[in-house]
Design a protein. Sequence first.
Length: 255
Amino acid sequence: MEFKNQEEAVSMLKKASESDTHTILLHGENGCGKTYLARKYAKYANAVDFAVITSKMDSVREFMDTVYDSDEKIVVCIENLDSAVSGVAQAILKFLEEPPKHVYIIVTARDVNAVPNTIISRSMMIYVPHFQFDQLMQYAKETYGLRADSIANDLKTYCRNPADIDFIMKLQDSDLWYLNDVHKYAEGEYPIATTTWKLQSFPNGEKIPIRMLIRSLYRSASDDKKRMILCYESDIGSGVPDHVILSAIIMNLKY
């Protein structure tokens, strides 16, 4: 489905897919759906392949080493360039100066002011507004049916974009209950390192996205702790490892 508040961004992406625009910069706050739109752009452009990579040097180098293996149309989304070290931006810039004809790059950023002007000048810039919950709820109902109504409160707590909806809707009830109760484990007597390790996965071993964990902890926290949690949530995707962010939150909740 199309989301009303993102119609302008979608329209610009459709026009870009019909042109020879090789680089697009999608910018907007955490969870606004930049990668979701990048995936839609790949469909608009009839790309044979779509890949998402982080803005870490190893990932960027691996992409550059393998992108010439095929001449089929590919769209590559490089996430959170605003948090990358300067060497990554320079490597991407060098690639953008003479991009292969079959490769189309989408760069995402939360803070466009942190993206080098040399990359901005070579990119089509598109602002991505955040999703409205009533639209996300409509997406959940249309995609997953009646169960969306039965867990509406949970969807409101955890979901900021369609990918969040997809993740929550596919959980078993037991996993959703576990996610809702993670604050009990965070405030328990286990050492911080042990608690951090235990909280990152469901009992069945499936990894829990850190954003979901933080929102669960936020829901059960006192007002002063909520402010602290929001500060740490802003570090997601900034290059700080997830387990470090989670450990810091747990430490502040315990003491």
